[in-house]
Design a protein around this ligand. Structure first.
Ligand code: GDP
Length: 418
């Protein structure tokens, strides 16, 4: 997939069973010749604000720089646990190079070599001690089935995310709940529409209309990633007038990688409508836009206009459709007949002298408390290395003939059985 993960800067990790997330702020000061601009300061402050634990990496070969000293000053102001990691201490003889960093005045430091894997184990052990107690997902067993759907409106700058958010909240059919924390600039905005409950999440990352965005793209990508992970449904906003860009594709790729339900909203439809009113031409435009997003085939797309409020009703109908179709189950009998027919109609190709055999399939019980569970199937097969991408797509489309699972990815888990 083109350019999907190139700019990844956060990563989900685990120590034992303990989940945590690494944020790499690689962009800090990268283009500013070690000078400390307001821009760099703003970036550092965002990074410091969002982390629980700080790892301050300095270059042991370059030695102490003014930028290091400036960063250290900012970091000392936070009360967060900090480890100074002096990198590029590749061999024991480099040890003395680390000494000058003691001037920075941090109580804990460690000499490492990322390239030669030196000092990494003690670094991880330190992290393990410092990580805060885990917070478990609120959608655990027993959570209310009528829970609100968390919707993340994501997209690159200027596609109309804030306008769309405002259009939704100003729509006659929407009631913004008057309880605390529901002001427009709150991060999560709960609201109700036709008696259904929703939460627009991470709206603080969506800047107000008209404001110029100075923060580096890195941080907007970071925010999108967090929003995508927290959401039940992602609404990917794309500027229909400009067409699908590489950055739009990157965000679509993140949604697809996280296996998140998705709707693509091509915004600024009013501009296209100004040019043509012919149904065929509009369909052509939509088809053309859609083709660019071939790698997220399960996401339905629609033309909307934040400016006129057009098609918001359709957007919410689709959201409700995703909610109801996510509850659909294919019974084991039906599933196995479907699989047998699919394989008979179009047998898998031979792969290094072997052919995939699907012995049995089942749709396991979904986890409790998920507002929108992702459909999952377990297929027992002769060899789990034999399913290629095109056959995977074929089985996916066969399952959707039985249950369309609009907007939902389908997860196929293969289990090899001798
Ligand atoms: P964001 O950065 O994604 O939040 O985008 P904004 O909501 O700030 O919108 C960027 C620009 O596009 C603003 O000038 C909006 O007025 C304009 N805009 C947003 N939605 C629409 C729309 O549906 N139609 C038209 N014509 N302009 C829009």
């Amino acid at each position: 997939m083109p350019g999907v993960t190139r700019d990844r800067i956060t990563s989900q990790c685990k120590l034992g069973n303990y989940p945590f997330e690494i944020i790499d702020t690689g962009g800090i000061g990268a283009n500013v010749d070690a000078s400390f601009t307001e821009q760099v300061r703003a970036e550092v402050e965002i990074a410091l604000g969002s982390a629980d634990v700080l790892l301050f990496v300095v270059d042991g070969q370059d030695g102490l720089t003014p930028l290091d000293q400036e960063l250290a000053r900012l970091m000392r102001r936070t009360a967060k646990p900090l480890l100074l990691a002096i990198n590029k201490i590749d061999v024991d003889q480099h040890g003395p190079r680390a000494a000058e960093f003691s001037q920075l005045g941090f109580s804990e430091s460690i000499a490492i070599s990322a390239e030669h894997n030196r000092g990494i184990l003690p670094l991880v052990a330190w992290l393990e001690r410092m990580l805060p107690a885990p917070i478990f997902d609120e959608a655990g067993p027993g959570s209310d089935p009528a829970s609100p759907i968390k919707i993340a409106i994501v997209g690159r700058p200027n596609v109309g995310k804030s306008s769309l958010t405002n259009a939704i909240l100003n729509d006659d059919r929407t009631l913004v709940s008057p309880i605390s924390g529901t002001t427009r600039d709150a991060i999560d905005i709960p609201y109700e529409r036709h008696g259904q409950h929703y939460v627009l999440i991470d709206t603080a990352g969506i800047r107000p209309r008209g404001k110029v965005d100075n923060s580096v793209e890195v941080f907007s990508v970071m925010r999108s990633e967090t929003s995508i992970r927290r959401a039940d449904i992602c609404c990917l906003v794309i500027d229909a007038e400009q067409g699908v860009t590489a950055q739009d594709k990157r965000i679509a790729g993140m949604i697809q990688e996280e296996n998140k339900p998705c709707i693509v909203a091509f915004n600024k439809w009013d501009l296209i409508k100004d040019r043509t009113d012919s149904k065929e031409e509009l369909k052509e435009v939509l088809d053309g836009l859609r083709e660019e997003l071939f790698f997220i085939p399960y996401a339905p797309s629609m033309l909307v206009s934040a400016k006129t409020g057009a098609e918001l009703t359709r957007l919410f109908k689709t959201i409700e459709r995703i909610r109801s179709e996510s509850q659909f189950r294919i019974g084991t009998g039906v599933l196995n007949r479907l699989l047998a027919e699919a394989v008979a109609l179009h047998p898998p190709a031979m792969k290094s002298g072997k052919r995939l055999k699907v012995l049995f399939g089942t749709q396991p019980d979904r986890p409790h408390g998920k507002v929108i569970p992702i459909p999952e199937f377990v297929l027992f097969v002769n060899d789990d290395g034999l399913l290629d991408q095109s056959y995977h797509r074929y089985l996916d489309s066969k399952l959707r003939e039985k249950a369309p699972y609009t907007g939902l990815p389908i997860l196929l888990h293969l289990r090899a059985r001798a």
